[in-house]
Design a protein around this ligand. Structure first.
Ligand code: FDA
Length: 311
């Protein structure tokens, strides 16, 4: 109950400019953020990629930033992704890498935003494809789902490896999986990080978990490429069993986890021959991402407060 209230407060704080200024002004915050965000520069992201690849993982890299306010901001984000791809290629770690991007950072919410975001994402998909990389469109709150799935489908006409994310807290997700079956799309399955109204989303964790299990089975039985993105060992066990049940070889699905959350579980999955990809966020705009990670697991707040107390 207390955890739920704290999680709700943190989710609200993730969208508050005042809370943002307060959290960013703690000198210690940066050290705690380092657990989840390996750095602020492209060079930091490339260095993290090298370490992860040497440890048997692949990566999907996210340039932190959401909700740009104007076209210039959206173009700057597009350029940051292109610079990242160039840096990956120059350092010899582009092959097999994925980039994850939020369409809100590409201008989706601006007037004429669908076209702007589609064009920017297409330019990134084009640069990625030329280097042997792929692109996955993150999913944001429920008001953006129709647009994000439509943009994913439009991009797949020229770049078939463009992936979408589905959130099992949303009531619509079983129908979305059924719609995507037959497209062969790369689909990342997550529980959902945004607080959503009961009209569109399951509210109880047990319901979201149950929906996740059913969605794993549906994706494994489909012709999509399932990317099972969770830190929940029960869901990962289900994925392993479901893949076997569906006759899927180990190279026809993968597990994904966020950087720094459960490295020991990443290793356990690798030891079971599961393909493991780590989501690596980097950049100066880490506030919203960091607060959502705290909201997911209020124990992380204690970790943050302990670090503050040790100052
Ligand atoms: P759950 O929340 O049930 O946690 C299971 C266990 O994992 C916990 O008991 C705890 O031990 C550990 N754990 C989970 N979160 C932790 C944290 N922050 N810190 C420490 N331990 C933690 N969401 C979204 O809405 N849109 C998106 O595009 C994405 N993209 C995305 C990509 C990838 C690769 C991942 C792994 C996740 C996302 N998410 C996301 C986030 C997702 O929706 C969800 O909020 C988190 O993954 C937490 O849910 P779990 O499935 O891990 O389970």
């Amino acid at each position: 109950m207390l955890d739920q209230a704290l999680s709700h407060t943190l989710n609200r704080a993730s969208r508050s400019a005042r809370a943002r200024r307060a959290v960013e002004s703690f000198p210690i915050t940066r050290k705690v953020v380092d657990r989840f965000v390996p750095g602020e520069t492209t060079a930091d992201a490339v260095a993290a990629t090298r370490r992860l690849v040497a440890g048997g993982r692949s990566v999907t890299i996210d340039v932190l930033g959401e909700d740009v306010l104007d076209l210039a901001g959206a173009r700057a984000m597009r350029d940051a992704y292109r610079d990242l791809l160039t840096a990956l290629a120059e350092s010899g770690c582009a092959a097999g890498a994925d980039v994850s991007l939020k369409l809100s950072a590409m201008g989706q919410a601006l007037p004429g935003g669908t076209t702007i975001a589609t064009d920017h994402a297409a330019e990134i998909a084009d640069a990625a494809a030329a280097l042997g990389c792929t692109l996955t469109l993150d999913m944001e709150d429920h008001t953006t789902v129709d647009s994000t799935l439509a943009i994913g489908a439009a991009l797949r006409v020229s770049y078939p490896s463009v992936g979408n994310v589905l959130q099992t807290n949303l009531r619509r997700t079983p129908a979305d999986i059924a719609d995507l079956d037959g497209t062969g799309a790369r689909i990342r399955l997550v529980k959902g990080a945004y607080r959503e109204p009961a009209s569109v989303a399951l509210q109880r964790k047990a319901e979201v978990d149950h929906a996740y299990e059913r969605a794993i089975d549906a994706l494994m039985a489909s012709d999509c490429y399932p990317m099972i993105a969770t830190h929940d060992p029960a869901m990962l066990e289900r994925a392993v069993a479901s893949a076997v049940g569906a006759g899927r070889d180990a190279d026809r699905w993968e597990a994904q986890m966020l950087y720094g959350v459960r490295p020991e579980l990443e290793q356990r999955m690798i030891d079971q021959d599961v393909r493991m990809r780590v989501y690596v966020p980097f950049g100066t705009d880490w506030y919203g991402y960091f607060m959502r990670r705290l909201a997911e697991r209020p124990a992380n707040v204690a970790f943050f407060l302990r670090a503050l107390a040790r100052r």
